[in-house]
Design a protein around this ligand. Structure first.
Ligand code: NDP
Length: 243
């Protein structure tokens, strides 16, 4: 069966590294984004120049109809999705009392709702084929609490619950569902913390003494994509942050 991957939120950061490593390893890849068409096209061009088959598609993963249209387009242009990486995510650091209902709703709609929408959209063919792989990107804050990260951490805990429960439900069908829980990874998302805080985290909280790279998360996704006897697992890739 043709290897076709949909990687949500893959114009930048961790998603871009995942799209790249999959394309380099023979997957046809859809690069999904919401705003940064320039970054998505730049990555697509780079991968096409290496002979990879890729497409780009703008779609808010929180929009269920938009996601269905995206999956139909991927099926038309690349083939049925055999690997879904639910990577798109947003974060907002604030104290609990300052979280508005709109922020709470939006972060859940993107981080968790995106997993729901995309998984439902690719599932009919996976069920038909009795095969397929879904990899969700959670976080170290998906198993541990973090001050000023209540909304984000709640969505990431839920993604781990979704992964384990769906893996149990789908195992008899041959579809595997796993999760990667990154630590602090050097992308745009963490820049809001400021260099001083990032240096302090590396020094005091990360036993390996440095931030992770997007490529190091991508390597774990590639591993799980091929780990045919592994389902329902959460793979921590965090430099020892959580031991
Ligand atoms: P970035 O902020 O660097 O990139 C986010 C990506 O998601 C971009 O490609 C962005 O598209 C896309 N995106 C955002 N919202 C949507 C949406 N509604 N629909 C579709 N695409 C969207 O994030 P990271 O690469 O750092 O994070 C990727 C994932 O890894 C997230 O789920 C995050 O929670 C998780 N993670 C990150 C950690 C870190 O330290 N960086 C640690 C633990 C987990 P566009 O370019 O168009 O804006």
């Amino acid at each position: 069966m043709k290897k076709v991957a949909l990687v949500t939120g893959s114009s930048r950061g961790i998603g871009a590294a995942i799209a790249e490593i999959l394309a380099e390893n023979g997957w046809s890849v859809c690069i999904n984004y919401i705003e940064r068409e320039d970054k998505a096209e730049e990555l697509a061009e780079k991968l096409r120049s290496k002979g990879c088959e890729v497409m780009t598609y703008r779609c808010d993963v929180a929009d269920a109809d938009g996601v269905k249209a995206m999956v139909r387009e991927v099926e038309k242009r690349l083939g049925y999705v055999t690997l879904l990486v639910n990577n798109a995510g947003i974060a907002k650091q604030q104290q609990f009392q300052d979280i508005t209902a709109d922020v709470w709703k939006r972060v859940f709609e993107v981080n968790l709702g995106g997993c729901f929408n995309c998984t439902q959209a690719v599932m009919p063919n996976m069920l038909h084929e009795h095969a397929g792989c879904i990899i969700n990107i959670s976080s170290i804050w998906g198993s541990h609490g973090a001050s000023c990260e209540v909304t984000y951490s709640s969505t990431k805990h839920a993604i781990i619950g979704l992964t384990r429960s769906l893996a149990a439900e789908l195992a008899p069908t041959g579809i595997r569902v796993n999760c990667v829980a990154p630590g602090v990874i050097d992308t745009d998302m963490v820049q809001v913390l400021g260099q001083e805080t990032l240096d302090m985290l590396a020094r005091e909280s990360i036993p390996l003494g440095r931030l992770g790279t997007p490529r190091e998360i991508a390597e774990s996704v590639l591993y799980l994509a091929g780990a045919t006897y592994t389902t329902g697992q959460v793979l921590g890739v965090d430099g020892g942050f959580i031991i």
